[in-house]
Design a protein around this ligand. Structure first.
Ligand SMILES: [Zn+2]
Ligand SMILES: [Zn+2]
Length: 262
């Protein structure tokens, strides 16, 4: 499986001379394997994605609808090609709620066109329907995370390789047993490390974890590597570079347009 990061920034796109190295686009991850091109969220990084040809099945899994996870959807010019059929789903809500939520966000005074009407190639499906349709090809699972308004993490197993997308999540120790079970034996876990441990006390209830919590979880569990993402908008390249040497082997910061093969 090949994972490409298209948006490692949290909350708001942050382009500046201080974010050139790690990038400023918001949450979007592309996973390619077999006959599939899968996207976890469509933050502003989604605009940089090249959609594979029509023979490849394309699916978008939404963790939740906070704007940094959906805002890039209509800015990818390839999705206006009606030949590009894309399944859109989420464990957070039914297909009707998901469709209505995206339609409301990209409408009225906030966006010039009704993308749900214009993009009839977006096929909204319930996650249970998606799971059934892919069950012969790969294993899919999901897990409720702690985040205001709700959020779900996903795991995919293909060809004995496992990847977990766990963003956005306000981690606490009570989550350890079931999060450990969910992520057990992962080759790669994508972790929400928006804050540092020092910042956490002031950010209770904001729905995010710390870099240090990610490292502790990595040490406590049976996972092979961890990519820390959802960098705070104020976390400049220099600040991330100051922290990076303290990360143990196997744990690293996500960077926009970085690819890893597992
Ligand atoms: Zn977010
Ligand atoms: Zn969020």
């Amino acid at each position: 499986m090949k994972l490409t990061v298209h948006g490692s920034r949290g909350s708001i796109p942050t382009p500046s001379k201080y974010t050139v190295k790690y990038g400023g686009n918001t949450s979007c991850f592309e996973l390619e394997f077999g006959n599939y091109q899968i996207f976890f969220d469509t933050g502003s990084g989604f605009k940089n994605i090249s959609l594979a040809d029509k023979h490849i099945d394309k699916l978008i899994f939404y963790s939740h609808w906070h704007h940094d996870h959906i805002q890039g959807l209509p800015f990818n010019s390839h999705i206006f090609n009606q030949e590009n059929k894309i399944t859109v789903t989420s464990a957070l809500a039914s297909r009707n709620v998901l469709r209505h939520t995206l339609q409301t966000y990209f409408s009225g005074g906030y966006f010039p066109v009704d993308i749900v009407k214009v993009l009839s190639n977006l096929m909204f499906k319930n996650i249970s329907t998606v799971k059934k349709s892919i069950e012969n090809d790969f294993h899919l699972d999901w897990l409720e995370l702690q985040h205001p308004g709700g959020c779900y993490g996903y795991s995919i197993i293909y060809d004995d390789k496992k990847i977990c997308y766990l963003c956005d999540n306000e981690y606490d120790e009570a989550q350890l047993p079931f999060l450990e079970k969910f992520a057990n034996n992962s080759d790669l876990v994508i972790w929400d490390g928006m804050f540092t441990e020092d910042e956490l006390s002031e950010k209770a209830g904001w729905g995010h974890s710390s870099i240090e919590q990610g490292v502790k979880f990595f040490d406590q569990t049976n996972i092979k590597s961890m990519m820390i993402t959802h960098h705070a908008p104020y976390r400049t390249d220099n600040l991330l570079d100051e922290i990076a040497p303290s990360l143990p082997d196997g744990v690293y910061f996500a960077k926009d347009e970085m690819s890893v093969t597992i």
